[in-house]
Write a protein that binds this ligand. Structure first.
Ligand code: FES
Length: 238
């Protein structure tokens, strides 16, 4: 049997399994590391950097970095949380999120992170980009205004649905999510695809079920994001 790997997060001794990433081993030990592009069951992508931790004072993505014996990790400290706040801020201003009008409000992981990090408003200037909406499909629509380019839909379509409905096109500020046809209705996407549940924000939404769960009764209306991972004593501090 493999020997466990002993490492430290904020001074806490943790044992993980060889081959686990920092994020996975931390989660097994009920230590929450914020994340957006990571989703259990999908390959790790390392795109959003919200899971940034410091290892020997160097920032690394916890979702792609394997644990090693004796590793000293800084996670829940002011300077690490400030990195993450900046990243979350930037995700808000480089899109058009308008949470108050979004059907995903209360179930949105980006919004929930902003609440957890107590970000009342971004400190950077809003960019107000012009982005396309694709409402061609009878059951699904894509609102790229809220897309954070996490790639969860791309990976879920490929790895779980066995399709390639979504893909990235363009570079830099022109990078965006595209579909493998002129528009979504011309693809083989169906509403039951797991890719349609993979979006952490309100960029891929299902039609006909809006507000079935009323605002106020949604998952993050009742608990901070990550509370399901943390010990209840820790969760009550957030
Ligand atoms: Fe690790 Fe996005 S969750 S980079």
């Amino acid at each position: 049997m493999n020997q466990p790997v002993t490492f430290f997060i904020d001074g806490q001794v943790i044992q993980g399994q060889p081959g686990q990433t920092i994020l996975e081993a931390a989660q097994d030990a009920r230590v929450y590391i914020p994340r957006l592009c990571y989703r259990e069951g999908l390959s790790n992508f390392g795109a959003c950097r919200v899971c940034t931790v410091l290892v020997n004072d160097k920032p690394v993505a916890a979702c792609t970095t394997p644990i090693t014996e004796g590793m000293m990790i800084e996670n829940d400290t002011e300077r690490v949380q400030n990195y993450r706040k900046d990243l979350i801020d930037m995700l808000f201003v480089e899109g058009n999120h308008f949470c108050m009008f979004c059907e995903k409000s209360g179930n949105c992981e980006l919004q929930a992170l902003a609440y957890r990090f107590r970000i009342p408003a971004p400190k950077y200037l809003f960019q107000f980009p012009q982005r396309e909406i694709d409402a061609s499909h009878p059951d699904i629509f894509i609102d790229r205004n809220r897309c954070i380019l996490c790639g969860r839909c791309v990976r879920a379509s490929k790895e779980l649905d066995g399709k390639n409905v979504f893909q990235f096109v363009g570079r830099g500020t022109e990078k965006r999510i595209a579909v493998n046809a002129d528009q979504l209705s011309d693809t083989d996407a169906v509403v039951t695809d797991q890719a349609m549940d993979a979006c952490p924000v309100g960029a891929i939404l299902k039609k006909h079920i809006g507000y079935t769960i009323p605002v106020g009764k949604r998952v993050y209306d009742h608990q901070p994001i990550g509370a399901d991972i943390e010990d209840s004593a820790v969760a009550s501090d957030t």
